[in-house]
Write a protein that binds this ligand. Structure first.
Ligand SMILES: Cc1cc2nc3c(=O)[nH]c(=O)nc-3n(C[C@H](O)[C@H](O)[C@H](O)COP(=O)(O)OP(=O)(O)OC[C@H]3O[C@@H](n4cnc5c(N)ncnc54)[C@H](O)[C@@H]3O)c2cc1C
Length: 184
């Protein structure tokens, strides 16, 4: 699947990233645009298609809207209304770039950070990478720095997944390393 990144450019990424870090809904977020049907047409009825979008910059707890347009709940939670209002912004940006976009949308399913965490408790705060993908979560800074090669204090019990070395991602690196360790 080709994953295009729609952004005004590096300054745009920097601005949106900074806004999200400060708890603001980015005014012009980077939009990752995937077209799964290009690889697997069976994912949509014939003649139709799925557009898969991911917003890499989004606050877990929302303090405000960088554009000053969307009302944010006082407690900063991702409500349904907030999610849909923000999805409207994303659609409006896409409509500026894709001829006939608004008319061609049959249905939309928006998923907020809170929804993601609801689906999978590993996605703390809606972070797709297991809660935090920061430097202090890697290598010797890991919470269990003493445990090497994914071992634990219990003999034969290994700890793998997005929260362990070499970090998150679909490559399943930690499981691969443990499998090798176990002789696979
Ligand atoms: C929207 C999105 C897009 C992504 N895009 C990419 C991408 O393009 N490229 C990439 O490399 N990575 C991507 N990722 C990240 C990647 O999916 C994760 O890093 C990876 O799935 C983590 O694997 P994992 O096995 O550690 O955890 P998970 O895949 O989260 O699996 C953990 C499983 O454990 C279950 N579980 C949790 N707690 C319990 C419990 N107490 N008891 C029983 N079961 C439990 C969960 O339900 C889940 O099924 C994306 C993630 C998301 C959410």
């Amino acid at each position: 699947m080709q994953l295009l990144h729609l952004t005004p450019g590096l300054d745009g990424v920097s601005k949106a990233g900074n806004e999200a870090e400060r708890g603001m809904l980015p005014e012009v977020p980077t939009i990752c645009v995937g077209q799964p049907c290009a690889a697997d047409p069976s994912r949509a009825p014939e003649g139709q298609s799925v557009l898969w979008l991911q917003m890499p910059e989004a606050p877990r707890h929302v303090k405000g809207d960088a554009a000053g347009e969307i009302d944010v709940p006082a407690d900063g939670t991702w409500t349904e209304a907030l999610r849909e209002a923000y999805a409207d912004r994303i659609e409006a940006i896409l409509a500026r770039h894709i001829d006939g976009f608004s008319e061609s949308v049959v249905t939309r399913r928006a998923i907020s950070p809170a929804d993601l965490e609801g689906y999978n408790m590993n996605l703390v705060g809606g972070d797709p990478y297991g809660g935090a993908c920061t430097l202090d979560q890697f290598f010797l800074w890991r919470p269990f720095a003493g445990s090497t090669r994914h071992g634990t204090d219990l003999k034969g019990l290994y700890h793998i997944g997005a929260s362990t070395h070499p970090g998150p991602g679909l490559s399943g690196g930690s499981g691969f390393l443990v499998a090798k360790e176990l002789g696979a």
